[in-house]
Write a protein that binds this ligand. Structure first.
Ligand code: 6PG
Length: 255
């Protein structure tokens, strides 16, 4: 758990972690696999990573990174709601990354189930895994909605219970649309999950997710925080303001 005093510090914490993880993975295995998060929060991180006046751009091994997505809206890549579009605008269009290193979810496919199946096939092919196997992303970046969702795993969604498929395309009643999302087994298998959570409106949910009973049906963000690897919550003081700090210290803080 890293709690930043302001939004600038919040994004620097995230950028430093991204740079460290990517360099370590490339030194160890020659490449770094990351599933990017959508929503609005990560845009500040992506922009900081590409800023030529900041230290991160020069030290991140861009040419050895494979970019995936944690989820996508059921829209095309040009749509303002597209997570790919946000990441392309804020990050991918600004750094030296081969197109073949960006593994996009085809949100434009009129059949969301087919889009999910094709993305699953692409993930299996890249990680060289057969049916039943699981990919281990070096890093999965996630956000958390004020309702406790993460990626496109929303409270009450049947996708929360998916244990076979790597990618699902649930109908999300709350938004009246399909989404395409990595499933819990994939989030749980990641070497590292980093949550980026900031803002006053997330404080109550963050307290439940981190310090409440384990009830992933209601707080799907808890699924990823049970990851096999390391889970790190990077938050600002507004989102963290209701947390029992003593309890965090007792738990060893780094979640
Ligand atoms: C999406 C994201 C979603 C997001 C949360 C938080 O497609 O919207 O995957 O899980 O991370 O909704 O969004 P904000 O960062 O905008 O608060």
């Amino acid at each position: 758990m890293r709690i930043s005093g302001n939004i600038d510090e919040f994004y620097r914490e995230a950028a430093g972690e991204f740079a460290r993880l990517s360099r370590e993975a490339v030194i160890r295995r020659g490449h770094f696999t990351v599933a990017l998060s959508g929503g609005t929060t990560p845009a500040g991180l992506y922009e900081l990573l590409t800023d030529e006046s900041e230290p991160y751009r020069a030290i991140v091994p861009w040419g050895e990174i494979h970019f995936f997505f944690g989820d996508e809206r059921h829209v095309g890549p040009e749509d303002p709601k597209s997570n790919y579009r946000m990441a392309h605008t804020a990050l991918l269009s600004k750094v030296p990354v081969e197109r073949s290193s960006v593994h996009r979810i085809e949100g434009e496919n009129p059949d969301p189930q087919e889009a999910a199946a094709k993305y699953e096939e692409a993930v299996r092919e890249f990680f060289q895994i057969e049916t039943g196997g699981l990919p281990s992303f070096d890093l999965i970046l996630l956000g958390m909605g004020a309702d406790g969702h993460t990626a496109s795993l929303f409270p009450g969604s049947e996708a929360i219970h998916e244990r076979e498929r790597l990618v699902a395309a649930p109908w999300v009643e709350k938004i009246g649309a399909y989404r395409i999302t990595l499933t819990p087994p994939v989030l749980e298998r990641a070497s590292c999950v980093v949550f980026l959570v900031c803002g006053e409106e997330k404080a109550e949910t963050l307290r439940f997710v981190l310090q409440g009973d384990y009830q992933p049906e209601r707080f799907p963000a808890q699924l990823a925080s049970a990851a096999a690897g390391r889970t790190l919550f990077i938050t600002d003081h507004l989102a963290a303001r209701l947390l029992d700090m003593e309890g965090l210290r007792e738990e060893g803080g780094e979640r």
